[in-house]
Design a protein around this ligand. Sequence first.
Ligand code: ZN
Length: 391
Amino acid sequence: MKKFTADLIYTMNGDPLKDHVVITDNTGLILSIERLSDHDVSSVRHLGDALIPGFINAHCHLELSHMKGIVPSGTGLIPFITDVVTRRDKIEKNIHQAILDAEQEMIRGGIVAVGDISNTTDTFELKTKGNLRYYTFVEHFDFLQHDNAQAVLDQYDKIFQALSPPTGNRKAKVPHAPYTVSSELFKLLYPEDDANLTISIHNQEMIPENQLFESKTGELTYFYRNFGIPLDNFQSTGKTSIHWALPRMNPKMRTILVHNTICSAEDIAYAHSWSDQVYWATCPNANLYIENRLPNYKLFIEASAKMTIGTDSLTSNWQLSILEEMKTILKYASYLSFENVLKWSTINGARALGFENELGSIEVDKRPGLVSLDFKRRQHFSEITTATPVY
Ligand SMILES: [Zn+2]
């Protein structure tokens, strides 16, 4: 049995607790939460400024870890994707070592679960070890070429079948983004009606994505032309990309919309009218790395959106740290409270991935991981210095 306390304990279930102790067994299972005054202080480990549940990284591409520092920052998404597509197999770096190192970085930073995109099987061996809990999203795209949809599905089915997730881990087949998935491929991806699945899709990360759907103009049309991919069969709809993707998906499933950098209030309201199972994953450091901009968080707060936080990959980020993502959000949107953003990075992420029975909050019978936070100035939440996992 172990006992932990901190100046404030954020259980994520009600107000933060002062003068309390969290009691766990030797595996980190929460046995009880009690008053500190009922315990001999010498039997309790005092951790500092705050104790929180482990972080949930709602969006990552662990398999792109070997491309750290390769693609220049600040170019915009289309040059970025072009670089990734043309260079990912040509980097002379040990892909598997980079994946192992990236996982260790996440563990050291207090992350306990990851929503991770896979286009290959590169991460699967590691995932079966169960060091972290993964929801693996095997990602599909046919570049809007519906004649290829069945072949794409067959090709990725091999990858999907290659992963046997350990107990408590999950996997799902998902679309990449509105601008890379044809109607036909969307149809093939959702033959079943499993409301217990989580689906992820990149959404509205750049202005050209909306331009393609609104008027079949803009940089994405040049991108397709450069790669020799015809858009003859693609018709613009006069509406933003989210209006095209969501009706082709299943509103009963939990759906994580990733990035949302150029989402408007109308786009958010539309998604909420489509389903009450919509989660929004923000990856602020990746947005700054690639596009030099951030989503307008005010719009999401005003719509009571269920926000989660992701790191994206080391190709588009300087590190894989949810703490660094929280610092960026609190720096550029200081109207947000620490408590609010902490909710995004813990319980909301756990709910989005369907892991909330065990993770995301400090409650009896959960094994959420425990992380100790320290602040430069006491309880000055925009100046968090370290997050140290204690479980
Ligand atoms: Zn991504």
